[in-house]
Design a protein around this ligand. Structure first.
Ligand SMILES: *Cc1c(COP(=O)(O)O)cnc(C)c1O
Length: 381
C-alpha cells in the first residue's frame, strides 16, 4: 500500500466534513430547500469575496468563469490589456482572441510580478482599453501580482474595468474586492476552496455591469446577466451542481469558524515555513519577487531533472505535487499548501523533497529543511 497525499496546486484535498456534506441525497434545484441553501451560500460568499455585490455561482471549472469574464463585458473589436506572466496570463489572451477582442499584452518574465507602472503607461497610451486582465496568483510560476496597486491605476478610469483571476488567491491571502476596487473576481472550487472541481464563482461590480449592458459578444451558458436575474431569486438559470453546493456550505462554515484573518494567517505561516525549509535544504525558490502564499515553486538544482523530482515524489512516496509547464518543464517543481493544509503537510512535503533529492544523488543533508519548517511551525510553550 502507498498512502496518497495531494499537494498539487489544484485539485487540493477536501476535508472529511465537506465530503460527508456532499454525500447527502441530491436536493431538487427547484425545491424550496435548494433556494434556502443557495441563499445561504450566496450570503457567505459575499463575506469571503469581501464584497456587497452578488457572487455568481456557475457549474464549470475556473476557466468557465474566466470565459464569462471576457464574453460578458467586451464586444468583438474592443480592446483589452492582458498581463501575461505565465500559463494563466496567457489564457486570458487566448480567451480574448477567441471572442474577437484586440489584445495588448504586457509580457512579464516568468517568476516576476508585473510593474503597475507598466500597466498605467499602457492605459495612458491607449485610453480605449476597456478591461485589464490579470492573475492575483499566477499558479504556473508561484508569483502573486499586486492587484491592489493595479486597482489604484484602473479605478479612476471610468470606462475601464479590472478583471482578476483569483483562482489560487481568494481564500489564501487578503483580496478586498470592494475596498480596493476589483471589478470582476473569478475563482474556482478545487483550489483554496477545498472542494472537488466543478464550480466557478464570479463577483461583478456595478461598473462592470454597466459595461456588460453594452457588450455584444455571444454568451449562452455563461450569460452573467441571465444568471444574475435567477440567482438574486436564489435560483439558477440551468441545473446547478447541487452536491458541490452542499459541500460549499460546509466549506464556508469552516472558513467562517476560523475567521478570514486567521485563514490568511495560517496560509501565510505555512507558505513562509515551506519557503524557508526549501532554502535551508539548499534549494532556490523560483519566484524572484512576490511569491504567492498558495504554492511554492522550487528550482530543480543543477543537474537534477525537475520532472524526476515530481515523478519520484508521486511514485516513491505517494505525494502528488506538480512539475513545471512549457519552458519550465524539468526546471521547477511546485508544492501547494493552499486550502485544507496545515503544519504536517509542510513537514511531509519537506521531508519527501529531501529524501527524493538524496535518492537522485543530490548532496542534501537530510532533515535541514524539515528542521527549519519545524522551528517555524512549532507551537511555543
Ligand atoms: C487552476 C487555475 C485556473 C484554471 O482553472 P480550471 O479549473 O482548470 O479551469 C485558472 N487560473 C489559475 C491561476 C489557476 O490556478
Amino acid at each position: 500500500m502507498i498512502k496518497r497525499y495531494l499537494l498539487a496546486p489544484g485539485p487540493t484535498p477536501v476535508p472529511p466534513e465537506v465530503l460527508l456534506a456532499m454525500a447527502q441525497p441530491v436536493i431538487h434545484h427547484r425545491a424550496p430547500e435548494f433556494a434556502q441553501l443557495f441563499g445561504e451560500v450566496r450570503e457567505e460568499l459575499k463575506w469571503l469575496f469581501q464584497t456587497a455585490n452578488d457572487v455568481l455561482i456557475l457549474a464549470a471549472s475556473g476557466t468557465g468563469g474566466m470565459e464569462g469574464a471576457v464574453s460578458n463585458f467586451l464586444s468583438p473589436g474592443d480592446r483589452a490589456l492582458v498581463v501575461n506572466g505565465g500559463k494563466f496570463g496567457e489564457r486570458w489572451g487566448k480567451l480574448c482572441k477567441t471572442f474577437g477582442v484586440q489584445v495588448t499584452e504586457i509580457k512579464v518574465e516568468w517568476g516576476q510580478a508585473v510593474d503597475p507602472q507598466q500597466v498605467a503607461d499602457a492605459l495612458k497610451k491607449d485610453p480605449t482599453i476597456k478591461a485589464v486582465y490579470v492573475q492575483a496568483s499566477e499558479t504556473s510560476t508561484g508569483v502573486a501580482h499586486d492587484v491592489r496597486a493595479l486597482a489604484e491605476v484602473v479605478r479612476p478610469l471610468e470606462g475601464t474595468i479590472l478583471v482578476v483571476d483569483a483562482i489560487t488567491a481568494l481564500g489564501v491571502f487578503d483580496l478586498q474586492t470592494d475596498a480596493w476596487g476589483l471589478d470582476v473576481v473569478v475563482t474556482g472550487s478545487q483550489k483554496a476552496l477545498m472542494l472537488p472541481p466543478g464550480l466557478a464563482f464570479v463577483s461583478v461590480s456595478e461598473k462592470a455591469w454597466t459595461l456588460a449592458d453594452k457588450a455584444r459578444n455571444a454568451a449562452f451558458y455563461f450569460n452573467f446577466k441571465k444568471e444574475r436575474e435567477s440567482q438574486v431569486k436564489n435560483q439558477t438559470a440551468y441545473t446547478p451542481a447541487v452536491s458541490l453546493i452542499l459541500g460549499l456550505r460546509a466549506v464556508l462554515k469552516m472558513l467562517k469558524a476560523e475567521g478570514l484573518a486567521e485563514v490568511f494567517g495560517r496560509q501565510a505561516r505555512l507558505a513562509h515555513a515551506m519557503r524557508e525549509g526549501v532554502k535551508a535544504a539548499g534549494l532556490a525558490l523560483f519566484p524572484k519577487q512576490s511569491p504567492s502564499d498558495a504554492l511554492t515553486a522550487v528550482c530543480a538544482p543543477e543537474g537534477v531533472d525537475g520532472q524526476a523530482i515530481y515523478k519520484n515524489l508521486r511514485v516513491q512516496y505517494g505525494i502528488t505535487a506538480a512539475g513545471g509547464q512549457d519552458h519550465l518543464k524539468g526546471k521547477i517543481f511546485r508544492i501547494s499548501h493552499m486550502g485544507y493544509a496545515d503544519t504536517f503537510d509542510i513537514i511531509t512535503a519537506m521531508a519527501a523533497i529531501e529524501m527524493v533529492l538524496k535518492g537522485l544523488g543530490y548532496p542534501v543533508t537530510l532533515g535541514r529543511g524539515v528542521a527549519k519548517a519545524q522551528e517555524l511551525l512549532m507551537v511555543k510553550g
